[in-house]
Write a protein that binds this ligand. Structure first.
Ligand SMILES: *Cc1c(COP(=O)(O)O)cnc(C)c1O
Length: 460
């Protein structure tokens, strides 16, 4: 079959192949890339995934997107190399059929490792083919930056600059980015995550920076989304019979993770409901209920800090999958099919108080250890069960970070500190290196031109 092509959600950019979409990140019309045709996995192939190691499931799912672009054996090697850690699926004691999928065993202990490690390997391979270099510019609310920095650390042909909001990331999150060195640089921005994201977006559309070959590793890159379809197939294969619909609960911020599940559904995975709880940034549940979209500015600071997003970038993709058109500014040009969206999705906002109560309840009633993001997911599932009932359907709650990343909160709520995984413990003694900037575009632009503008010749 011919390789897949990708179009922009804004409809004003030329179609591209997977390689071009990955290397560009955002489409030139500021839209996001989506495949023109979502490839389907047959029921037999999905049934076949049961019991396979994670890396093999990744190969089976991702080859639907890389056919004709990457040789199967090369893809298999990339999958084995990227996914060399455990993917635990923990049954929840006392609730039949409910599982927690712990996506926190990668090198930076967040689910973002899954996407970042595969994307880094794909991009590294494409750059090698073309003998090109890229500057990856990315904004993070905590976990993206560390996952991206770790994934690209020492990948030839790639330099990485990460912007993070100085006051909104934990010390450990910061250390994961600022202790790497080599081809990785970080900026502490005196602002919020939304400021970081706005500056990065502006840099991408600035013609003065065209020579820098900027690319994005945010969840706007289609290369982040595709690997995030894999764990839904993997989990469903273990907890459900083939063809038995599952309920999946995904704590959401920029909606990249839930979009992975949406795509998995369109590829053939049987979903009964996709539950997308958010924190106090409730623009999505309000949109789903009322049909009116209003971004939240500035975004609200919550303990689930990686989800402090007042305007989820992936919403443009979600709206398009339901026939609508939302542009990057949050303007709804064409309404999606809300009835279909409400049939497939369930969304609630979970306050910090409710998040803390959920951490306590999960531990007390089930000996289930959750950190704030996973607790938002758990609470979302409980509210869905209350509203619509599970009726014995298998359910999977996605835990997106390791509890040890939030030691103070867990200590205060549960009276103990979670054991720190080795990957995080190693950061403690390492020296940090980062720059600081106020949230002004001109300053970032100067920084980019100064640091990266003239260096290309010497880097070759
Ligand atoms: C990024 C992140 C989220 C939100 O994921 P989105 O794809 O942005 O919705 C949730 N939890 C953690 C720990 C994260 O790092």
């Amino acid at each position: 079959m011919a390789p897949l092509t990708f179009h922009s959600t804004n409809g004003q950019a030329p179609r591209v192949d997977l390689k071009q979409a990955l290397l560009a990140g955002q489409a030139p019309d500021r839209g996001l890339y989506l495949p023109d045709r979502i490839p389907e996995l047959s029921a037999d192939r999905i049934a076949d995934l049961r019991g396979k190691p994670y890396a093999d499931v990744a190969f089976d799912v991702l080859s639907a997107y890389t056919d004709g672009v990457i040789e199967p054996e090369a893809l298999r090697a990339l999958c084995r190399d990227a996914y060399d850690y455990a993917v635990p699926l923990e049954p929840v004691a006392g609730v039949e059929g409910v599982h927690v999928l712990r996506l926190d065993q990668g090198p930076t202990a967040s689910f973002k490792d899954f996407a970042a490690r595969m994307m880094a390997r794909l991009i590294g391979r494409f750059l090698q083919e073309d003998r090109r270099e890229l500057l990856i510019l990315t904004a993070t609310s905590g976990d993206t930056g560390s996952a991206v920095a770790s994934a690209f650390h020492n990948v030839p042909g790639v330099r990485v600059l990460v912007l993070f909001p100085r006051e909104e990331v934990s010390e450990r999150q910061r250390r994961q980015m600022t202790t790497l060195g080599d081809n990785i640089r970080t900026i502490a921005l005196e602002g919020k995550f939304d400021d970081c994201q706005a500056l990065v977006k502006r840099a991408f559309s600035d013609p003065d920076l065209a020579d820098l070959d900027l690319s994005s590793a945010n969840s706007i890159n289609i290369g982040r989304l595709l690997p995030q379809t894999v764990y839904y197939f993997y989990a469903a294969a273990q907890v459900a019979e083939p063809d038995e619909p599952v309920v999946v609960a995904v704590p959401s911020g920029n909606f990249g993770n839930m979009m992975g599940c949406m795509l998995a559904g369109r590829m053939g995975l049987k979903l009964r409901k996709l539950v997308v709880p958010v924190n106090a940034n409730d623009e999505f549940p309000v949109f789903l209920r009322t049909g009116r979209y209003a971004r939240i500015e500035p975004s609200r600071a919550c303990i689930s800090n990686a989800m402090n997003v007042g305007h989820p970038s992936n919403l443009a993709r979600l709206v398009e999958l339901y026939g609508g058109w939302l542009d990057e500014t949050g303007c709804l040009h064409r309404a999606p099919d809300f009835a279909a969206m409400r049939r497939d999705l369930f969304s609630v906002a979970v306050s910090d108080d409710a998040t803390r109560a959920a951490i306590r309840q999960a531990w007390r009633d089930h000996r289930l250890l959750l950190e704030p993001h996973g607790a938002v997911g758990w609470q979302g599932l409980l509210e869905y069960r209350r509203a619509e009932g599970l009726d014995g359907a298998p359910a999977v709650v996605v835990e997106t970070a390791h509890p040890a990343k939030f030691p103070d909160e867990i200590e205060r709520l549960l009276g103990f500190t979670p054991e720190v995984p080795g990957a995080l413990a190693r950061l403690e003694g390492l020296p940090e290196d980062y720059d600081a900037l106020p949230p002004r575009y001109e300053l970032l632009k100067d920084y980019l031109l100064e640091r990266y503008g003239g260096a290309r010749a010497s880097a070759r």
